[in-house]
Design a protein around this ligand. Sequence first.
Ligand SMILES: Cc1cc2nc3c(=O)[nH]c(=O)nc-3n(C[C@H](O)[C@H](O)[C@H](O)COP(=O)(O)OP(=O)(O)OC[C@H]3O[C@@H](n4cnc5c(N)ncnc54)[C@H](O)[C@@H]3O)c2cc1C
Length: 427
Amino acid sequence: MQNSPIDPKEHETIAVIGGGIIGLFSALSLQESGKQVILIERDEIGGRQAASFGNGCWISPGAVMPISYPGLWRSVPRFLMDPNGPFSVRWQYLPKLAGWLLRFIWAGRNWAQIEDQVSKRLPLLKQPVQRYLQLGTEAGVADLIRQCGAIYLYRSKKELEDDQRGWDLRRDSGVSLQILNGEDLRQIEPDLSPDYQYGVLMPDAAMLTDPGAFCAALAKLFVKRGGTHLKGEISEFIFNGEKLTGLRTATEEVRCDKAVIAAGIWSKKLAALLGDKTPLVSERGYHITIADPDVQINHGLMPADGKMAVVATTTGLRLAGQVELSSVDAPPRWERAHIQLGHAYRLFPKLNAAGKTHDVWMGHRPSTPDSLPVICRSKKSPDIIYAFGHGHTGISMAPDTGLLVAGLVTDNKEAEKLSENYLARRF
Ligand SMILES: Cc1cc2nc3c(=O)[nH]c(=O)nc-3n(C[C@H](O)[C@H](O)[C@H](O)COP(=O)(O)OP(=O)(O)OC[C@H]3O[C@@H](n4cnc5c(N)ncnc54)[C@H](O)[C@@H]3O)c2cc1C
């Protein structure tokens, strides 16, 4: 009898760098494709350092629209002049950010570009809620997912019409939508101010009620399934020619055959070590969570005027939004978190935030100019796979990103083809 040859790929060890939502879904999907996986995170998984901790909690299959759009350039002077607007650029960092800003505006220069970006975002938003439910159930935290839908809110018909093209694109992409009038809104959201006259309901969206706890539970599930969780900061890649053989932290060497870089905004530094220059900037965002606000909401909400996610979490009413372009290391400007309270008072006349506990947080959206992530192999070696740059929608895109990463690691042809949408060398 002949022995069948051993396929060395069956025994490969894959290291995933970064324990945010993208690293976690990647690690779990890799396990499902039969790999030994080591998850390396320098901090606490589910901790405040990660964008995956303090975000707006939306898992939205309708998150197909890119951030840059035609005519946005006209607003740039306002962004520069108003440090408290929903989108602001801090002057002193402008020289470093100018290149990214120009690319960002260029990415949204006409509707043909937007349609192209929408078509490339869609495969990353196939059925995110179902995958969250599947893994959430296995991890014992399905109760942290609220299948309640999400509503964009408008004060006037004009405001709604200004967004019409985006809604048409969503509908044409297969996103379920329902237009609501003021009366509908009052019935399903009784605490909402009568100033809001129109809404667009996306019934298929769901909310995480505690994204940090959800991440921590996924990490536990990963270990329970046989994965190795290592605490450490990766600072070096070890190669034998083109072949990756390991990674290095300050104190140890981690042997692996392949690695996935899923380190959020900090991926830029790691990709640079491999010779890939990626235009990734931090679109800093803030949240403020009010404990016992005396307001009840039944959906995820997004007022068009305030541009912030409003969501019921386990610790209170969370308002999450604002875009601040500065640098990763600049100190937070906490007044930006508090600005959102003003919007919340306009939304909910009976809101009572005075004297209540407020939790404020600042985090880094890892953003590319064209609102498409980088999910591909590195220039230096096919053994290293990038999975970063999910900007405003990493919570929603994590499930399909994880599956794509597993497809790339296992040399799946369809995954290779799909990843052409998200190449680092497109920049
Ligand atoms: C205010 C705000 C609201 C948002 N709202 C939503 C929303 O409603 N819906 C949505 O879909 N998205 C939303 N987002 C975006 C979403 O939060 C991000 O896209 C997503 O969390 C990015 O996940 P990540 O895993 O790539 O990065 P992160 O969550 O930042 O995780 C990266 C991890 O890598 C670790 N790390 C870094 N370097 C190293 C290293 N060298 N070695 C080891 N570990 C390392 C870090 O410690 C960190 O834990 C929001 C973001 C913000 C800021």
